[in-house]
Design a protein around this ligand. Structure first.
Ligand SMILES: C[S@@+](CC[C@H](N)C(=O)[O-])C[C@H]1O[C@@H](n2cnc3c(N)ncnc32)[C@H](O)[C@@H]1O
Ligand code: SF4
Length: 440
């Protein structure tokens, strides 16, 4: 491989979705922090910001070997009922805050875990409550995530649709039998097909997640994964490079899987191939990991990534949920029972971690999310924010990783391949340390 396409020694997939990062050690929310958060939400927003409403449902029927999202094995109906009850309480607490009332909620996302494991009755109750509580626009972008076994159920699909949800998203990761086995992916191929058929029959846009860098994956299986997702008429395809979290089976059983992981050069080729193939057949790359057919673009990821001016916000609801509101980054309590106990016994919001973002953090937020958003329009950011990173930007330009003109800064194809390394370029040593800790 020529040095021209190896601008860094190593290419590592990083957990850089949420900035500012939160540390379980240094960002524990004190009583004063919780009070401060309440005060910030009692302020009215003078220039209303765009926002995502994210609700976390932490239940999964089986655990995939690479995943660290907070989840527990699908509990009893009673436990799910208790969870929905406290979710409603948390939503109500947010919805009456002046700051929240002045936000423009552009996207609603039920994610997890696997929200589809809730019973049809609980889904109905929760979705209609959410709509009423936040007074959502009838045509608001609305996505419901799930896993194959429960998402293929017509009754659930109809209830979700009835409540105004137009997009359904689920992870396939790979269609290959061996890869699925090594990654702990349970549903068989036939069930995935049935699931997609039912989703389409009820009339949703379908988002399929794929991952590369999994054990057992080869260029041939990856090409097949992409073409299968296209054949299933996925309107949106998300592509994730596998992040190696130290606490997962994938990493802990690494010795047993020796020789099964694609090497770095192969992972680069997998991404290159995906970029070329998906663009050839008409998918547009919307962010670093999501691809959409024309007319099927969605806002959720862009809102998580600051919306281009570093200002869009997330109302995170549910156990372990992460949010960013009025310049406070926060994470809710988990495990499940701690979250339930907190909301059952107090009237305060269930934040376990919080961090007050400075003006400097906001300009870093814009730049950290440049590689995620692929580009930023200069009109959306201050001159100071660009000047602060001028030396870094000039070096990235010299190395062929970004391009810049009077109106825009954007990633080149090489920059897209090395996007996570670019994220790290804009972080201070302390911020990098906090991000690395998320993997260990
Ligand atoms: C947290 S899951 C929730 C969706 C649903 N439970 C499912 O699996 O279909 C969302 C997506 O995150 C991605 N993901 C999970 N763990 C990952 C990891 N270690 N590295 C990269 N992507 C990961 C997978 O593509 C997965 O579909
Ligand atoms: S990837 Fe999805 S189904 Fe698998 S463990 Fe994570 S949340 Fe559950």
């Amino acid at each position: 491989m020529s040095s021209q396409i190896m601008p860094y020694h190593e290419r590592t997939a990083l957990p850089s979705y949420f900035f500012p990062f939160l540390s379980p050690n240094s960002d524990k929310a004190t009583e004063d922090d919780v009070e401060y958060f309440h005060q910030k939400l009692n302020e009215k927003c003078t220039s209303p910001r765009q926002a995502l409403l994210y609700v976390h449902i932490p239940f999964c029927d089986s655990f995939c070997h690479f995943c660290t999202f907070y989840r527990i094995h699908t509990p009893s109906i009673d436990a799910m009922e208790s969870y929905v009850k406290v979710l409603k309480k948390e939503m109500q607490a947010y919805a009456k805050m002046p700051y929240i009332q002045s936000l423009k909620i552009e996207s609603v996302y039920f994610g997890g875990g696997s929200p589809s494991v809730l019973s049809p009755r609980l889904i109905d109750e929760l979705l209609s409550w959410t709509r009423d509580c936040f007074n959502l626009k009838p045509n608001v972008e609305f996505t419901y995530e799930g896993e194959v076994r429960t998402l293929k159920d017509m009754e659930r699909l109809k209830v979700i649709r009835k409540n105004g949800c137009t997009r359904v998203s689920f992870g396939v990761q790979s269609f290959d039998r061996k890869v699925r086995k090594l990654a702990g992916l349970v549903p068989p191929f036939e069930e995935i097909l049935e699931c997609v058929k039912n989703i389409r029959d009820v009339g949703y846009a379908v988002n399929i997640d794929l991952m590369y860098g999994l054990p057992g994956q080869t260029m041939a299986t990856w090409k097949d994964d992409l073409s299968q997702a296209v054949k299933l008429s996925a309107t949106n395809i998300d592509i994730y490079d596998t992040i190696h979290y130290a606490t997962t089976k994938l990493v802990q059983h690494r010795h047993k899987l020796k020789g099964e992981f694609p090497i770095e050069d192969d992972r680069i080729e997998m991404l290159r191939y995906a970029l070329q193939y998906l663009s050839q057949i008409g998918y547009c790359q919307e962010t670093i990991e999501d691809f959409a057919l024309p007319g099927k673009e969605y806002q959720m990821k862009k809102l998580v990534y600051g919306g281009g001016d570093g200002r869009s916000e997330t109302i995170g609801i549910g156990a372990s949920s992460i949010g960013f509101l009025n310049n406070v980054a926060y994470r809710n309590f988990h495990p499940f029972q701690d979250y339930i106990n907190w909301l059952t016994t107090t009237r305060k919001l269930p934040i376990a971690l919080s961090y007050k973002a400075s003006a400097e953090d906001i300009s870093t937020r814009i730049m950290v999310y440049l590689p995620k958003l692929l580009k930023i329009e200069k009109k959306n950011i201050t001159r100071d924010a660009i000047d602060k990173y001028r030396t870094t930007l000039d070096r990235l330009k010299e190395n062929g990783l970004i391009e810049e003109d009077d109106s825009v800064i954007k990633l080149t194809e090489l920059g897209i391949i090395w996007a996570d390394n670019l994220v790290a370029e804009f972080l201070t040593a302390r911020q990098k340390q906090k991000m690395w800790k998320l993997m260990y």
